[in-house]
Design a protein around this ligand. Structure first.
Ligand code: ADP
Ligand code: MG
Length: 339
């Protein structure tokens, strides 16, 4: 097919990013990392590098305004960006917020969004230094960009996974996707379960302290945050590192709330855990010889729990050892905006 006959849906979000990432550098100042990781990395400046990331939330794509409190929306736009800083091992410093809103939107909604943005800035010590404001035909669109820093040599990329490395995640997976099913009315659960899952969808927590400790330890080889789903994001690590991975089904950390939701609604909890997005946990790979030292960073449960979920393989593709011992190929796909 001729390239000009293609539609965005023919190549998907990641195909599109691949299609534009060549030929993007025209400055005398060369980046350490451009398109292709959780943050761009520039510098070094006095032994430190700067990390830059940006992420967009679009009404009726990422959120339904009637189903999320504006203050949560503000917190979430910061959390998803802070999570990308965490995924590199960085410390956030400054943010920019851009808004496009229909002119009939209640001002109170926008001020509540900013209350949420401020809550996160206060908590994680981030300044808001600017942004942009525009009208939009009928949907609310919020973008944040965050600048952070890290000591040179203590940044983790997606391309450092090697065969034999163990794969870890910093928390349970599938909670946010479970929460989304409840928010959209596609599943139900007792209040105590529903509130935990909905909260994990509306109020994700960026793993900044863990990310910094992991990168600072210099024990891990690669890291990413789980925004599109465990399989998709592990797939990014594998693609950038030229490796494959094997997951152990019995080791995938699934919360009791996701188990209850799955049971009541006849859902497959592994489907939520492997392909559900927006958990914002960190996933990292650690060479086998460094794993006991790595695990000792987390023995007190601080800064978080850590779960070993699989290992990196030299053969490409994702596979999973099922609870009955059989090994099956699994899809590396997760959420894609255009497929
Ligand atoms: P994340 O989920 O961690 O935010 P994405 O999958 O959104 O990462 O993006 C992957 C990479 O592609 C990042 O380096 C990001 O900056 C880059 N990217 C995404 N969209 C665009 C775009 N429209 N133009 C240039 N770079 C982009
Ligand atoms: Mg990311």
């Amino acid at each position: 097919m001729n390239k000009k006959d293609l539609k965005l849906s023919d190549i998907g979000e990641f195909g599109f990013i691949d299609s534009i990432k060549e030929n993007c550098h025209f400055s005398r100042s060369r980046p350490i990392m451009g398109i292709g990781d959780d943050c761009a990395v520039i510098g070094p400046y006095n032994g430190k590098v700067l990390l830059i990331t940006t992420d967009l939330l679009v009404e009726d794509i990422h959120f339904v305004l009637a189903r999320i409190k504006p203050v949560d929306l503000g917190q979430k736009v910061m959390a998803v960006n802070l999570s990308d800083i965490a995924a590199m091992g960085g410390i956030p410093l400054h943010g920019f917020i851009s808004l496009a809103a229909p002119k009939t939107i209640d001002l109170g909604v926008l001020h509540d969004v900013y209350d949420g943005i401020r809550d996160m800035c206060r908590k994680y010590h981030v300044n808001i230094l600017g942004g942009d404001t525009s009208s939009s035909p009928d949907k609310l669109i919020i973008n944040a960009a965050i600048v952070g820093e890290a000591p040179e040599g203590e940044v983790l990329y997606r391309n450092g996974a090697r065969p034999g490395d163990k794969i870890y995640v910093t928390g349970t997976v599938g909670d946010s996707a479970g929460g989304l099913k409840i928010i959209n009315g596609h599943a139900s659960a007792p209040d105590s379960t529903a509130s935990v899952l909905v909260k994990s969808h509306h109020n994700p927590v960026p793993f900044l302290e863990a990310g910094r400790i992991i990168a600072g330890s210099r024990l891990a080889g690669s890291m990413i945050d789980l925004s599109d789903g465990l399989c998709s994001d592990l797939g990014h690590i594998c693609q950038e590192s030229g490796v494959g991975a094997r997951l152990f089904q019995s080791s995938i950390p699934i919360s009791k709330e996701v188990k209850v939701l799955a049971e009541i609604n006849r859902l497959d909890p592994y489907d939520l855990a492997l392909y559900g997005g927006e958990d914002y946990r960190l996933l990292m790979t650690v060479p086998a010889g460094k794993c006991s030292e790595f695990q000792s960073l987390f023995v007190t449960g601080r800064p978080c729990q850590i779960y070993e979920v699989g290992e990196i393989t030299s053969s490409k593709g994702l596979r999973m050892i099922m609870e009955d011992g059989k090994e099956v190929a699994i899809r590396a796909k997760g959420y894609d905006h255009f497929y």
